[in-house]
Design a protein around this ligand. Sequence first.
Ligand SMILES: Nc1ncnc2c1ncn2[C@@H]1O[C@H](COP(=O)(O)OP(=O)(O)OP(=O)(O)O)[C@@H](O)[C@H]1O
Length: 629
Amino acid sequence: MARYRRRWGYYRHDPYFWPYGYERTITGMVVGAVIGAIGTIIGSLAGAAWRYRSELAPLAVAGVVAWCAQWTHSNTPKVWPFIAAGTIAAVAVLAAFPARWRRLPWPWLSRGIERAYIALCVAIGGGWVAAATHAGIDAAPLPWLALAGTVLCAVPWWTHRRRRAKVRVERVLETWPDVADAAGLAGTRAVSAVVDAWGWTARIALPRGRTAGEVVAAVPAVESGLGAAPGTVRAEPDPRRADRAYLRVLDSDPHAVPIPYPRPAAGTASIHKPIPLGLFDDGTTVAVRFLRRNALIGGVTDSGKSGLLNVILGYLAQCPDVAIWGIDLKGGMELAPWAPVMPRFAATPEKAVAFLAAAVDEIKLREAEQVARGERVWEPTADRPALVIIIDEYVELPEAAHQHADTIARLGRAVAVNLIVATQRPTQKAMTNNAVRSQMDIRICLRVRERRDVTLILGDGMLSAGWHAHKLDLPGKFYVSAREPQFRTPRPARGYYITVTDIVRVVDEHGTYTPHPGPSHTDEPDDEIDTDTPDTNTDEPVPESDGHPPNGNRVAVIERPPTPERLLLDALRNAPEQGITVPELAQTTGKPRRWVYRRLQQFTSTGHAEQVSWGHWRTPPPPTETDPG
Ligand SMILES: Nc1ncnc2c1ncn2[C@@H]1O[C@H](COP(=O)(O)OP(=O)(O)OP(=O)(O)O)[C@@H](O)[C@H]1O
């Protein structure tokens, strides 16, 4: 310290150190203040230029272009033809941009309209540089052309929606430390942000030892800090890292108006693909795979359950590899319009029981067929379709039907026989004491009245994890919970709004089971729909002659030609008491005897066939109950 004091004492009287006097003088202070003010102004201008760098970019580019033209004009004026040729080549490349280049990670080059804008800027800039290189930048009319070109290129840049949104988010993120301090999230950082059509999503990094739950809890305070409307900010944990969270801020709500139903392109629908149900609040599609999965859809009256079922049906009806059965215990009010695409449609409890029993039977047949084919899971095709049973108002099913539904939910998965059920309150009793509910891999929760209904539909712990379905405010809004990562966090979605016209169009194109009774006929037995307890012939093909089922009142389970395995099983089931011979079986199935022998061996080992006498086979009779008396 003493050393510095000595040095200060030395310089205090040095005239070179104080150019305006030996001591501080008034002049020196004024000059210092002026220099300070100029510095402050320059600093502020530089700060503003940095802050508005995106808006100023076109002017900066114009300045650089003019400087380059001046330099080439002064040093190498003869290169102007090369500059012109280079410009034409660049514009040509942008115009004929090969499709495979569009997959490169340059978003501004992958969209046609943005490529056209870049091509325009290159043409104007390159053309002007070539001309200015030849004639000089001040040769008329080049200065005026420079001004016009700058404005022409700058206006689309200034008005570009995505650029403006990105800049706005960057500015918000610059203020994040202050917002975080005010919201009790001091020490957190906004590490990245993505802008979309409806708002933006930022990834927030938390200091060690702190969790995403804190960000979720601080959402109201963050809304206040950002000056956003209540309910427009949502936070969710990052499923990959415990010390990261996502913050979603909505500028406009994609769910504010009904979202029109988009039909899949003709010939593309398949049960192997996820079914698009609607949009998340960031505008991404909610697409759920229903193959070999049971689904539960719950919500209060008018929450949009039937609307969502219609969206699912609209897709399934267009899948060649699916057969749909419908059960609608609201007297057929909701699903009746779809009856023409359903081989089976029940609107009364009795039919519902019969159909579900038939589905259990179908599962057993499919299991046997799988054994015969040596396959573990049933891969649906047009010939061997998946069977999806849609049940509206599940709790209205009679007790007997619940038992069958329970069996289907437990055993149907491997053989692609599945349930999609909708209900207002899936209480324990209604869900066969939870057996069916526990088999529901996909849970969709629309608006519910009470908080505990969230637990009933989605499961324990979901309410406290942020699945606040009781706060959903519009019909068709829902949460979906499934095993895929995108369905493990509570993200509100809204289903597509499918109109009667959409339904009629799909049914007209894909409906084959006509005529069907309207809801008003449901109390009377009908000719078109099978009310019998089903038997082994349930998969007879429907003749295409007049659309009416054969044998008076029987329709097919699935209107596709049966597989040889199924024909074999049916023949064994229908065999007389003394059995059926191998040559007869070979004739029925159209397969060689060796094939029949091999299948019979497999069926015998699994209890689906027995040899009654030498060369005679049949299905073993069901075990009879022994009389305890
Ligand atoms: N995705 C949607 N977008 C816009 N409106 C919808 C949507 N889904 C349903 N709605 C509207 O909400 C109302 C109720 O829908 P829906 O009949 O599907 O409800 P629900 O839950 O099945 O009712 P209920 O239990 O009484 O049958 C209908 O008027 C429908 O137009």
